[in-house]
Design a protein around this ligand. Structure first.
Ligand SMILES: Nc1ncnc2c1ncn2[C@@H]1O[C@H](COP(=O)(O)OP(=O)(O)OP(=O)(O)O)[C@@H](O)[C@H]1O
Length: 286
């Protein structure tokens, strides 16, 4: 993913790092007549990446879809102190963006058209989008490394390519709360590491990022905070280090975690933000 610069051209007011961006309380989500998320509450902060962890079927995607207002829910979800339920659809879309694991998109839209969907909420009632949209779209595509896919038909792309286009669409919304469902699931190691670097840069700009993650080593390396779900309920929340230190993670996943036991990789040009610290061989630390 490209180096950050500024997605929006101007830093947002009220983006004090550490301030609550997203507040969830007493959340309940039902699917197919079954409660799949029950009494979940947590706060996600501006400037932080929060990992949503838990085994298959724990309710991670359902939780994120409820926050994105894709699934109905009971309980409270607030963004920037405002109840999401009370927001107009376009207002909501300008505040919370969602990158799904998979898309329902079936029609043969071009990549540009898909990314441009991210701008709809900015020009409700206008016949034509303003010219200024072009720069936002180009920047979003560049950051998500989707610019090389321009001109392609979305449905003819690989899963990883689609994921980058959907990220570009989310960035194009300029929403400061980003929800990502298994964002690296289809990405090769280079794209995955550059995505994390981008997320880290966005967080530094004051974005609040929630990412559903399966690879625990990625969660440990790249997230600040974490919540752990099991069978729809919140088992643990806090800083990622604390969540990992506590024994529940091993219990919930049914595994023994061995410190330093996994292979790790980092970008050769990772510069100031290597996940594990220190300069990579040949990277020169630039
Ligand atoms: N469309 C659906 N209709 C009915 N039940 C569903 C539907 N989608 C998911 N579920 C159920 O909801 C529960 C939570 O699913 P969810 O997809 O939120 O879990 P998850 O933690 O994201 O899982 P995974 O890690 O496998 O992606 C599961 O028991 C699942 O079977």
């Amino acid at each position: 993913m490209g180096d950050m610069g500024d997605v929006r051209g101007a830093g947002g007011a009220g983006d004090a790092v550490g301030a609550p961006a997203l507040e969830v309380s007493g959340l309940r989500v039902a699917r197919g007549g079954r409660t799949v998320v029950e009494d979940v509450g947590f706060v996600a902060r501006k400037g932080s990446i929060l990992g949503v962890l838990g085994p298959n079927g724990a309710g991670k995607s359902s939780l994120v879809k409820a926050i994105a207002s894709i699934l109905p829910y009971e309980g409270g979800i607030s963004v920037d102190g405002l109840p999401v339920r009370a927001l107009e659809r376009a207002d909501r879309a300008r505040r919370i963006a969602y990158v799904p694991q998979q898309t329902e998109l079936r029609s043969p839209l071009t990549v540009e058209s898909v990314v441009a969907q991210g701008r709809y909420a900015h020009h409700v009632g206008r016949i034509r989008p303003p010219d200024s949209d072009r720069a936002v779209l180009a920047r979003a595509m560049e950051l998500a490394e989707a610019d090389n896919l321009a001109g392609r038909v979305f449905t003819a792309l690989s899963q990883g390519e689609r994921q980058r286009v959907l990220l570009a669409r989310a960035l194009a919304t300029e929403a400061r709360v980003l929800l990502l469902d298994e964002p690296t699931a289809a990405l090769d190691v280079g794209h995955a590491l550059r995505l994390y670097r981008l997320l880290r840069d966005l967080a530094r700009e004051g974005y609040c990022i929630l990412a559903v993650l399966h690879p625990l080593e990625e969660a440990l390396d790249w997230t600040d905070d974490a919540i752990l779900l099991e069978r729809g309920r919140l088992v643990l929340s806090g800083t990622t280090r604390d969540v990992f230190r506590e024994g529940s993670l091993e219990h919930v996943y049914g595994v023994r975690l061995v410190p330093e036991g996994a292979l790790g990789f980092r970008l050769a040009d990772s510069g100031s933000i290597p996940p594990t610290g220190g300069a990579a061989p040949g990277g020169g630390g630039s």
